[in-house]
Design a protein around this ligand. Structure first.
Ligand code: HEC
Ligand code: HEC
Length: 449
């Protein structure tokens, strides 16, 4: 149905078209669109915007059905509740939760609770308070499932657990969500070690539960070993665990391969994690995991061939929107005054020139357009972690927003404590001949990204 307004504009179009030719006709045709519609007129933008809302919901709140694992199987919820609240042990108070890096979303708290918190009237040492926060859906990345009587029945985890933090605007660990910022305070291993029943994990790895706890509690804040459940390499040749740091999930648009070792594109890894690490209910295909020599646990358990009937698949229907959401997360700008702009400008010239950084970290993506992968030898480090991934290489890290994840160190395992240490490494390994002043300018440039 055309509105009378449309008819009027069309006749105008004809009249103008007759006198001004094609250019004039096009101009008037544009005004036909805007005259006709009151809402957003661009179907591409409205689709993208709806998908981004959908992806954000998934990223923040979707458990993909993984409560069957974290609650029903590992019974982590019982350890959080504590014996006083129908669980086991001492329970996890808000103070303990914040100490192991869990974050609280201030926007999920009712005003009365915010006021009480601000006035120190909330008992942060009582696990019952943690349960109240879970009921408000205020603990970033964790969902508690409560029955009608208010009993804590089970729980699940979300992407946001590891890939979001908060801005601490209310108090340390309590603030507005910052999606895509890696939570470098989060001690995943210690949190998982609290679960009363780790027999499922122990069985998979072929060890006892005490061994699982001993390994994962050594991971430390901001770290997780995603490859452990594929290759069983709990320890390296040095007898120590080798978890990787949680990387940022912002600034990924235009970046070809993802994860420190380039397992695949964003959507590959999203499906991988949701199925194999979070233990959601879905479908995943990656026959590279059938290699029983390199991925003995994955091959024995057919992790490359996970299938769920479409009607029960809770992951695949979310992948498109989830990917778009991550691609829409812009790298945050470093705070004003956090670097010396003049030195950073000199550093930029070095980055693109004498220091040869831009040969791999190609601006403005700061990774290679194309196959962004390098051997360990090319960057002057060992190949332990690279060898745990299909292509046996390290992926060139995109460098924007570095200031958000300096905690825990740089490179996949945080082996370099500071940006200065990274530059010193390249200076030696690639024989760059940078002076102390040049190295310092390069660091200022990295801080400005
Ligand atoms: C338990 C913590 C944890 C959870 C939960 C988690 N991730 Fe990750 N994520 C990691 C770690 C650690 C890596 C690095 C893995 C590696 O390199 O081997 C990673 C890597 C990534 C990357 C690659 C980023 C890059 O470097 O380019 C993306 C994208 C990502 N995760 C998205 C997600 C999404 C989406 C979800 C939810 C479906 C999710 N993650 C759940 C810890 C987690
Ligand atoms: C041969 C390609 C190559 C060159 C040249 C190179 N890089 Fe890298 N860069 C990489 C790769 C690959 C990684 C990922 C290492 C890892 O995963 O441990 C990386 C990681 C980094 C990181 C750590 C990022 C993070 O999130 O932890 C920084 C910082 C960095 N490079 C800066 C530089 C600077 C500065 C130069 C120039 C002096 C440079 N790179 C030269 C390939 C390169």
């Amino acid at each position: 149905m055309r509105s009378p307004g449309y008819v009027y504009v069309v006749s105008l179009l004809c009249a103008v078209g007759c006198t001004t030719g094609d250019a004039g006709r096009r101009e008037v045709a544009v005004s036909v669109d805007t005259a006709e519609e009151s809402g957003p007129s661009d179907p591409v933008k409205s689709f993208a915007s709806a998908q981004i809302d959908d992806g954000r919901r998934t990223f923040r709140f979707d458990t993909f059905g993984d409560e069957a694992f974290w609650g029903d199987t590992l019974q982590l919820h019982l350890a959080i509740a504590g014996a006083a609240n129908e669980g086991v042990g001492g329970g996890v108070s808000p103070r303990t939760a914040l100490a192991v890096g869990l974050k609280v979303d201030v926007d999920a708290l009712p005003r009365s609770l915010r006021d009480a918190l601000a006035q120190g009237q909330v008992n942060l040492d009582d696990p019952a308070t943690t349960l109240a926060l879970l009921q408000l859906n205020a603990v970033v990345g964790l969902t508690g499932v409560f029955d009608a009587a208010g009993s804590f029945r089970t729980m699940g985890i979300q992407c946001a657990l590891c890939h979001s933090t908060v801005d601490n605007s209310f108090a340390p660990g309590i603030g507005h969500r910052l999606d895509g910022w890696p939570n470098r305070d989060l001690d995943v291993g210690t949190i998982v070690s609290l679960a009363p029943d780790l027999s499922a994990v122990a069985g998979l790895l072929g060890v006892d539960q005490a061994t699982v706890r001993a390994v994962i509690t050594q991971w430390g804040p901001g770290r997780f070993d995603a490859e452990l459940f594929l290759d069983g390499k709990a320890l390296g040749a040095d007898g120590k665990p080798h978890p990787t740091l949680i990387p940022p999930a912002f600034g990924l648009g235009g970046v070809d391969l993802h994860t420190w070792t380039g397992w695949g594109g964003v959507s590959h890894w999203n499906a991988f994690v949701a199925n194999l690490e979070m233990h959601g209910q879905g479908t995943f295909f990656d026959p590279r995991l059938d290699d029983a020599t390199r991925f003995p646990i994955a091959a024995a358990n057919h992790f490359g061939h996970v299938s769920t009937p479409p009607s029960q698949d809770r992951i695949t229907p979310h992948l498109a929107a989830l990917q778009l959401y991550q691609l829409a997360l812009a790298p945050p700008r470093p705070p004003a005054g956090s670097f010396n702009a003049t030195a950073a400008n000199r550093g930029r010239a070095l980055f693109n020139g004498k220091a040869r950084c831009a040969g791999c970290h190609v601006p403005p993506l700061y990774t290679e357009p194309g196959w962004n992968m390098h051997t360990a030898a090319e960057i002057g480090i060992d190949s332990f972690q690279a060898d745990r991934a299909p292509d046996q290489r390290y992926r060139t890290s995109p460098l924007r927003g570095l200031f958000t994840h300096l905690k825990g160190g740089l490179y996949h395992d945080g082996r370099y404590a500071t940006l200065g240490d990274v530059v010193a490494h390249y200076n030696a390994a690639l024989a760059l001949g940078l002076t102390a002043a040049e190295s310092s300018d390069l660091v200022e440039f990295l801080k400005s990204l």
